[in-house]
Design a protein around this ligand. Structure first.
Ligand SMILES: [Zn+2]
Length: 292
């Protein structure tokens, strides 16, 4: 478990799963098999599994220690959650909380849980199963996410023809922390403190936010699913099957890449394969990733 320093802040990746998991051609409607040969130098084997033809997308949280607080960014799929439509994420039993403990943080020591958006692989650890109930995993944490996503999915969830939304994760993971009074929903740009900022970056979902960490002149940008896979640095027009608004998703992706290229911020996505983070270099008409 390696620690990434952003100024005085320390960031550790807390892994839930990292394995070949998504059919590339189904994940990206624009997928071209030729990109595997073209980008084999960085893509194989950490970002694409040639044996199965599956993308290798990590699912992890970022634990940030800054200003004396422990902040968890995104909350993965969670244990014991019924997700029969997504077999790899169905009734998971991972050692996620043990890995968090190995990083020095017990659940009750998490001060803030930040969420880039409310899809099921970002909210799962909001709750854990206790007998037949879902209870907050992080009982002392404020759970900060966008009101736009909450309102959007609440309306869908209440629609008898559309709910339960996000394969049940809105009900078993999001609503319990709201009902426990642990949620802070934010709109527009929002400064959590002097180090951490949330900025609207809609498209993947209506309320997706980009999260910026700054300390002592250094910066990191947590992009959630604005980019899923590093191939999108080369092809920012490629949306995933899960991107709700195609044009806004592309605009937010280009904006995030331009910001990283312009400011030197380290890009810290939710699903890139090893080494999980990269710098972004502008090429004039596009971008390339620079893996450390
Ligand atoms: Zn995701």
């Amino acid at each position: 478990m390696s620690t990434i320093k952003i100024g005085a802040a320390e960031v550790v990746r807390i892994e839930e799963s990292y394995e070949p998991n998504f059919d590339a051609a189904k994940f990206f409607a624009d997928w071209q098999p030729a990109v595997v040969d073209e980008h084999a130098g960085w893509m194989l084997p950490d970002h694409f599994d040639p044996a199965t033809g599956l993308l290798k997308l990590s699912v992890h949280s970022w634990l940030v220690r800054v200003g004396g607080r422990a902040i968890l960014i995104d909350a993965c799929v969670g244990n014991h959650k019924p997700r029969p439509l997504r077999p790899k994420w169905h009734l998971m039993e991972t050692r996620y909380l043990e890995r968090l403990a190995a990083a020095g943080v017990r659940p009750e020591q998490v001060d803030v849980v930040l969420c880039t958006h409310l899809h099921m692989d970002h909210v799962g650890w909001f709750t854990r199963r206790e007998r037949d109930r879902w209870v907050p995993t992080f009982p002392n944490a404020r759970h900060v996410f966008s009101r736009a996503d909450y309102d959007h999915y609440l309306a869908l969830d209440r629609d008898p023809e559309k709910g339960p939304v996000n394969q049940g994760s809105f009900r078993d993971s999001v609503l319990p922390v709201v009902e426990a009074g642990l949620a802070d929903m934010v709109s527009g740009p929002h400064a959590l403190d002097e180090h951490v900022r949330l900025d609207p970056a809609p498209g993947h979902t209506p309320g997706t936010v980009a999260i910026t960490l700054t300390s002592q002149g250094a910066a990191a940008l947590f992009c959630g699913d604005i980019l899923h896979h590093a191939i999108q640095v080369y092809h920012p027009q490629w949306n995933s099957f899960a991107c709700g608004d195609a044009e806004r998703a592309r605009a937010s992706r280009r904006a995030v890449l331009a910001r990283c290229a312009d400011t030197g911020a380290l890009l810290m996505p939710a699903h890139f394969g090893a080494p999980f983070v990269c710098r972004i270099e502008g090429t004039g008409d596009g971008f390339v990733p620079r893996f450390a």
